[in-house]
Structure formats: structure tokens, C-alpha cells
Design a protein around this ligand. Structure first.
Ligand code: NAG
Ligand code: NAG
Ligand code: NAG
Ligand code: NAG
Ligand code: NAG
Ligand code: NAG
Ligand code: NAG
Ligand code: NAG
Ligand code: NAG
Ligand code: NAG
Ligand code: NAG
Length: 693
């Protein structure tokens, strides 16, 4: 039997049915899948299936509980009804309006499906105190054949329909928004639990998914749901519709967080099970992350990182299984340490941003190998309170994105003056970060170029021509190594700056992480040293307490400071016209060659590359330039080149990126340049999956 059409029924019969509490025997539309309870989590929330999709519902702390006489509609305790909430401003709701609303839900949201039309709640949010549904609206609803029709009390009236109507007021401030819900109906109220679609993390880039507990404390709940067939964590994303009328700048942005940042209610592991064992659940969220939440962002999960933010190669990961990169043959490195961040942004359309950190390369290199936008901001631009440290004076917080305009929008709202670090942490001169269009005049083409793969260098040269055309810049070759070596005796050289950076990083991590872990572990396990990945084992076992003193740390900060002062007066400096008179181009990636997650596959020098290769004649890894000079360095995807994969045995594409350095504090100058280049069609929105373009 087909769907009953309101128009084909007599008004008298419908009016009679209106009084009946029993549900008339309507056949549900065949396209609506049945609600299938899957599990109740240990947190009291529920996962359920609708057709082939799985969802999570926060029923423990529903988004809204609305009181009313629901006796006739009440469901068995504990059972849930997929529900759709629609707001209507007009005094008269028509069938076309409802149809349009549902069409916009289907079009604009990946969580909503018609399966949520098992229940329908229409809320009047216009100014009139009385509103109605016209015959076309009733006809349309009848065609949908929801099991439950709830109307806001503003619609109170006599409707000629055979559908049981329940009236429930939606007082302003009730937190109910449009979108899909899992509802439970008692005799006196209806609870609307927010629903999240559970996506498979098929590239295994996450440790686990997370969602807002909604208990009023600002804490998060982990998703302990796992796809046993493919061994994937399941990541919850809330309906985008919830945020359609939220005017906050990050409303509905889905953001992944490196498991180095505290999220209240969760363990911050730093990628170490030993660490996870000895620490307490975070009782506050890191301020940098809290700002994202305050601006309307949703934190969908904690992603994988190289343990304790090291730069470990894929084959050196022991505690965590190394994440996968969707690009090319699917067997390429994600680099480190924000590995899961770059790779998840390259992998999933359902994810908008990932937050990472960069001490030595950890945003920029993962962005390079995943072909995404990623930044190491100026030293000091973002507070790192409640972020597990590597080097307090060298750590920075960055964000991965696929789209230039979204990236810049995020950055301009996230990196605001009140979020900057206390200058005593960096030891540097005051940080000024103007949102400026004072663009640079010169491009310094450094000794870290050309890109190793000649085909990739062609892509870079085209990009440089575009840069010069759009901004009227000139290009000069520039040898930073020679320049530093040639400075007067009082200017610190690379060996001094490397030494200082190493002291700053070693001491912070020792004090904040290594020492507490080693001591606690020894107490728990009869003097044993904790099981950790090789990247940190030798440094931590050989730590010299006599050598690493507070005086040494202070001296190292001073060395760094004098290097930065020199750099900002002689190399990348401000002029009245430019925030940074020039920018430096270099390559933090693989020069347009594939770098595999298997060590031995990288042993073909002209066809493959290891990471962190310093070209002959360069005095320092290019990745270290900004960690020592405090500057801003961004990775920009500019194209792709083919390679013959030894994994899939066919031709695949690998992303080509370029790294761009400007003076400390000129982050917004660069972002304004990227926006201009995006407007000119030079920079593109990056695709997810096998190819970035
Ligand atoms: C899931 O179900 C939808 C609707 O029935 C269908 O279009 C889609 O192909 C299915 N997907 C998978 C992976 O089975
Ligand atoms: C009513 O809700 C709709 C859809 O959620 C929204 O677009 C509209 O702005 C709201 N109107 C008012 C007055 O809040
Ligand atoms: C709205 O939700 C917040 C928690 O997110 C809660 O504290 C508040 O009580 C809710 N308001 C109502 C009226 O339920
Ligand atoms: C979190 O825990 C720390 C250490 O136990 C404590 O000092 C701090 O006051 C707590 N913060 C909150 C918000 O409870
Ligand atoms: C960028 O370069 C490409 C070819 O190299 C050219 O077709 C395009 O017009 C350039 N765009 C701008 C804005 O200069
Ligand atoms: C080295 O410094 C001298 C004197 O300051 C200068 O004349 C020369 O050009 C510099 N050479 C390089 C390679 O920077
Ligand atoms: C530790 O540092 C002190 C002071 O610099 C030095 O004398 C000592 O030899 C170092 N110990 C080791 C084992 O390197
Ligand atoms: C490293 O820097 C510290 C502090 O400035 C200094 O005492 C030490 O001699 C330096 N070591 C080397 C090998 O340059
Ligand atoms: C593939 O393997 C062959 C044989 O070992 C080697 O010569 C070639 O460089 C490899 N190419 C890539 C892209 O890995
Ligand atoms: C790599 O390329 C260089 C320059 O073309 C060539 O001299 C060298 O022999 C090549 N090495 C290998 C291992 O093919
Ligand atoms: C840069 O300068 C260093 C030191 O003088 C030199 O060894 C190297 O060859 C130069 N590199 C380039 C690309 O000129």
C-alpha cells in the first residue's frame, strides 16, 4: 500500500481520527529506514542505526527538554524516535515551506536524512502570537506520514488531519534548534538529544572521537565505538543545521585536536600509553581550544601524533599505529608530529580544521606531505597553556585547512591579541601582529631550492611568476647559510642557535614531561624506566642534571633573543611599506617526490625522498629557521606531480608545496596575500582523497 494522501480523504473521517489516540494504520514510506538501537554507552548515551548509517545521540544531557501534554504520544521508556525540528517564521506554514526546509536540510547537511522524519516538530519563531498550518502543509505532512507530529503551541487550532498532534511550547531560551534529533517522549515532556553521525576514520588518523557532554560543565565525552571489520575509530559529527542560526564566527566548524591539548573530561596522552596511565583526566580545556568552542566550533576527536611531539619517522612509531595518508598510493608518510591532523584534513570532507603544534616542523611538514594549508605562526602568537610542551620558547600552535578563505577566517578569529603568550616565555621583544596589507617587495629564493623533482620545480616556478605578477615583487637568489656565516663575531651562528634551541627544548620537556613520567613509573614498577618510543628514549635516559641548569636555560634564551633581533633587523625586517620587506621561499617537503611510510622504500634517491633532508651547502635544516628566528612559516599547496608507485604499481600523484617565511608578526600579511592569490585563482581549494587538485 502506498503513502496515504491527505487530499484523498474525507474531512469528516479525518476529524474523527483526530480524536483518536491510537495511531492509525498508515504504512510508513518505504524509503524511511527503521530505527535500530545499537548500544547504550557507558556514559548513558546511545548509538543507533538508520539504514546503513550509524549515529550517536546525547540523551544523557539532551539539547532541550520541553514540557507539555504528551501522554497520547508517549513512547516506551528508553526508546528513541528519530525526529526533525523545523522552524517557521511565517504566520501560515505551507507545504512548499516544509518541503523547502527539508530539501535544504538534505542539501546542506550530511547528518540529516529523511529517516529522521519519523517525528516532526514545527516551531513558530516569527513575531505573531498565533500561527497556522494550511491545507497544503497538512497534505505534505500526511504524505511524509510521520509517526509523531508535534506543534509549537502557537499553532494550536483545529486541523483536519488523521495524524495525532501533540502541542508542546518551545519557550525562547530553550536551546532547541532546527535539525535532526533523537527524541524520547514521556507523558509530560519530550527530550531532544543532539545527534551525531558516526563516520569511520578509515585512514585511522584519530585516536578516538569526542563530543560535547552538554552537562553544563564544558567537558567532553570520548566515543568508545569501534568498527571491528576495519579497526576504525568512529568519529561523531553533529548536524550542521544546529548552527545555521548561530552567528558566532566558528559556528558548526568541525575541528580535530592533536592529543597534546587538554580537553576537559579527557586524558591528554601525548601519544604515550605510559603517560596516559599516570595522568589525571584534564579538568580544564586548553584556552586556545576553549576559544574555538566559545566561537561555536565543535571538537570531533583527538588525533594521532608522534609521541611527545617528536619528529619520529613512521617506522619508529611503537605505541600508536602510524596514521594513513590518503594521497597518492595511500602508503605515503603523514610526517610528524601533527601527523593525524594534516592527513585527516586531506582525507575527510566531513572535517573542517585540525589544530596542531609546531616546535621543529610539526605543522609545516605534515601539511607538505598531505598537500594541505598549514602554518607555524610567529613565536608567541598563541597561548600554549594546558598544551603538553616540548620547548616552551619554541612551541607554536597552528591550524590545517583545505580552503584559503576558511583558513584565514579561522586564523583572524583565533589568533587575537588576548590569546598571545606571556613575553617572558619566548624571551623575545614585544610581538606586534598587525592585520596588514603592507606586502613584501622581494622574494628570496633560498639555497633550499630548487625542488628535487624537476617536474615539481616547474610548478614552483609558475607559482613564483604568479606571485610576482600579482604583487609586483622581484625575485633574488639568497644564501642564508653564507649570510649567517659572514656576520660579525657577536652575532650568534647556526651552531650557537641550534645549541640554544636544543637546550630550550630538552629542558622544558624534561621538567614538564620526562621527569614526572620517569619518576612516577619507577615508583609504580620497581624502578623501571617507562616504555616509550625510541625518539625520546636515549635523550631521556642520558639527561644530565648537572649540565642543564636554570642559568643555562637563561643563557640559551638570550642567545635566541640576539639571533632573532639580528634576523629582524638585517634579514626580514619591516619598512614603512611592508610588514616584512621580503619573504623567503624554501621547501620543507619532499621536493615533489614520494616519501613512503616504509623505510626501505625510500632508498631510491632520484625517485623517492626521506623527510628532513638538508641540501648540501645548507648549514641548517630549513625547518629550523623559524624555530630559531621566531618567524612565521607557512606551507602552501601549489600543485601536484606524477610518480610511478611501487605500492599500487600505477602512476599516482604527489602534492607539491612551498614554504613561505616572513618576519615574526607578519602572519596576517601572509594570510592577506593568500586571500588575494585565492581570489586571483592562483591558490585553490584542496580536495580530499587520492589527489589534492
Ligand atoms: C547506504 O544506503 C543509501 C540509501 O539506501 C544508498 O544510497 C547507499 O549506496 C548505501 N551505502 C552503502 C555504503 O551501502
Ligand atoms: C527562524 O528559524 C529559521 C530557520 O531556522 C531562521 O532562518 C530564521 O532566521 C529564524 N527567525 C527568527 C526571527 O529567529
Ligand atoms: C541550555 O543548555 C545549557 C547547556 O548547554 C544549559 O546549561 C541550559 O540550562 C539550557 N537551557 C535550558 C532552558 O534548558
Ligand atoms: C584542576 O586540577 C588542578 C590540579 O589538581 C588544580 O590545581 C586546579 O584547581 C583544578 N582546576 C579546576 C578548574 O578544577
Ligand atoms: C598564473 O600563472 C598561470 C600560468 O603559469 C597563468 O595562466 C595565470 O594567468 C597566472 N595568474 C595570475 C593571476 O597571474
Ligand atoms: C660578507 O660581509 C662583507 C662585509 O660585511 C660583505 O662585503 C660581503 O658581501 C659579505 N658576503 C656575503 C656572502 O654575504
Ligand atoms: C654532565 O655535565 C657536567 C657539567 O657540564 C659535566 O661535567 C659532566 O661530564 C656531564 N656528564 C656526562 C655523563 O656527560
Ligand atoms: C651551548 O649553549 C650554552 C648556553 O649558551 C653554552 O654554555 C654552551 O657552551 C654551548 N655549547 C656549545 C657546544 O656551543
Ligand atoms: C620503485 O622501485 C624500483 C626498483 O627498486 C626503483 O628503481 C624505483 O626508484 C622505485 N620508484 C619509486 C617511485 O619508489
Ligand atoms: C640521480 O640523478 C643524478 C643526476 O641526474 C645522477 O647523476 C645519478 O646517477 C642518479 N642516481 C641514481 C641512483 O639513479
Ligand atoms: C651557500 O653558502 C654556503 C656557505 O658559503 C655554500 O657552501 C653553499 O654552496 C651555498 N649554496 C648555494 C646554493 O649557493
Amino acid at each position: 500500500m502506498g503513502i496515504l494522501n491527505f487530499g484523498s480523504r474525507g474531512a469528516t473521517a479525518a476529524a474523527a481520527l483526530l480524536l483518536s489516540c491510537a495511531w492509525p494504520t498508515l504504512a510508513a514510506p518505504t524509503k524511511r529506514a527503521d530505527y535500530k538501537h545499537l548500544q547504550t554507552t557507558q556514559y548513558g548515551d546511545v548509538t543507533f542505526g538508520l539504514g546503513n548509517l550509524t549515529y550517536l545521540a546525547n540523551i544523557q544531557h539532551p539539547k532541550a527538554v520541553l514540557g507539555g501534554d504528551c501522554a497520547a504520544a508517549a513512547t516506551q521508556q528508553g526508546s528513541l524516535v528519530p525526529f526533525t525540528v523545523i522552524f517557521a517564521e511565517d504566520e501560515v506554514v505551507t507545504g512548499d515551506y516544509l518541503k523547502g526546509a527539508i530539501a535544504s536540510y538534505l542539501e546542506g547537511d550530511d547528518v540529516f536524512s529523511e529517516d529522521f522524519l519519523e517525528g516532526l516538530y514545527i516551531v513558530h519563531n516569527g513575531t505573531s502570537s498565533k500561527a497556522t498550518l494550511d491545507a497544503s502543509a497538512l497534505g505534505y505532512i500526511s504524505g511524509l506520514a510521520p509517526k509523531h507530529l508535534f506543534l509549537d503551541t502557537t499553532y494550536d487550532g483545529q486541523y483536519s488531519t488523521d495524524i495525532l498532534i501533540t502541542y508542546v511550547a518551545a519557550p525562547s531560551g530553550s536551546n532547541i534548534t532546527a535539525g535532526p534529533y533523537a527524541a524520547s517522549i514521556s507523558e509530560t515532556s519530550v527530550s531532544f538529544g543532539a545527534v551525531y553521525r558516526l563516520y569511520r576514520d578509515s585512514y585511522r588518523d584519530f585516536l578516538y572521537g569526542t563530543y560535547e557532554s552538554n552537562d553544563g560543565s564544558g567537558s567532553f565525552t570520548p566515543v568508545e565505538v569501534f568498527n571491528s571489520r576495519f579497526w576504525d575509530p568512529m568519529i561523531p559529527v553533529p548536524s550542521r543545521i544546529y548552527s545555521w542560526s548561530d552567528s558566532r564566527p566558528f559556528a558548526g566548524y568541525r575541528v580535530a585536536i592533536k592529543d597534546l591539548y587538554d580537553m576537559k573530561g579527557l586524558i591528554t596522552s601525548g601519544g604515550s600509553q605510559a603517560w596516559a596511565q599516570i595522568v589525571e583526566v584534564a579538568n580544564e580545556t586548553a584556552p586556545s581550544v576553549q576559544r574555538i568552542v566559545d566561537l561555536g566550533g565543535v571538537l570531533v576527536g583527538k588525533y594521532k601524533l608522534a609521541q611527545f611531539a617528536s619528529g619520529a619517522n613512521p617506522w619508529e612509531w611503537q605505541d600508536e599505529h602510524y596514521p594513513f595518508n590518503p594521497r597518492g598510493d595511500g602508503w605515503l608518510t603523514c610526517s610528524a608530529s601533527s601527523s593525524g591532523g594534516g592527513c585527516s584534513i586531506a582525507a575527510y570532507d566531513w572535517l573542517d580544521f585540525a589544530i596542531g603544534s609546531d616546535t621543529g616542523s610539526s605543522m609545516r611538514r605534515p601539511a607538505a606531505v598531505s598537500g594541505t594549508y598549514g602554518n607555524r605562526p610567529s613565536q608567541g602568537l598563541m597561548t600554549l597553556n594546558r598544551v603538553m610542551p616540548l620547548g616552551a620558547a619554541t612551541d607554536t600552535a597552528g591550524v590545517f585547512s583545505r580552503n584559503v578563505h576558511s583558513w584565514v577566517h579561522f586564523a583572524k578569529n583565533w589568533y587575537v591579541p588576548e590569546m598571545t603568550q606571556d613575553p617572558s616565555i619566548t624571551g623575545l621583544s614585544a610581538l606586534l601582529a598587525p592585520d596588514t596589507y603592507g606586502f613584501p617587495k622581494r622574494i628570496l629564493y633560498t639555497e633550499y631550492l630548487p625542488l628535487q623533482n624537476p617536474a615539481a620545480e616547474v610548478v614552483l616556478q609558475a607559482f613564483i611568476r604568479n606571485l610576482t605578477a600579482v604583487f609586483g615583487m622581484t625575485v633574488e637568489t639568497f644564501n642564508m647559510t653564507a649570510t649567517v656565516a659572514n656576520t660579525s663575531a657577536d652575532i650568534p651562528k647556526y651552531k650557537d642557535l641550534n645549541n640554544a634551541t636544543s637546550i630550550l627544548n630538552t629542558m622544558t620537556q624534561w621538567q614538564e614531561v620526562a621527569q614526572p613520567l620517569i619518576e612516577t613509573w619507577a615508583e609504580l614498577y620497581d624502578g623501571r624506566f617507562p616504555p616509550i618510543d625510541p625518539a625520546r628514549r636515549s635523550g631521556w635516559t642520558a639527561y644530565n642534571h648537572t649540565y642543564y641548569t636554570q642559568e643555562l636555560y637563561t643563557e640559551a634564551l638570550e642567545t635566541k633573543r640576539s639571533g632573532v633581533d639580528w634576523f629582524e633587523s638585517e634579514i626580514l625586517y619591516a619598512t614603512p611599506e611592508s610588514c616584512s620587506e621580503s619573504i623567503m621561499l624554501w621547501d620543507i617537503g619532499t621536493g615533489g617526490l614520494p616519501s613512503y611510510r616504509e623505510q626501505t622504500m625510500n632508498n631510491n634517491p632520484n625517485d623517492t625522498s626521506f623527510l628532513a633532508v638538508t641540501p648540501a651547502g645548507a648549514g641548517i635544516s630549513g625547518a629550523s629557521l623559524c624555530p630559531i628566528y621566531g618567524c612565521v612559516d607557512m606551507t602552501i599547496p601549489i600543485g601536484q606531480v606524477p610518480y610511478k608507485s611501487n605500492v599500487t604499481l600505477v602512476e599516482e600523484m604527489v602534492p607539491v608545496t612551498v614554504s613561505v617565511i616572513a618576519k615574526r608578526g607578519c602572519d596576517f600579511m601572509l594570510w592577506n596575500m593568500w586571500e588575494k592569490l585565492a581570489d586571483e585563482g592562483v591558490l585553490k581549494t584542496i580536495k580530499t582523497g587520492r589527489t589534492a587538485f
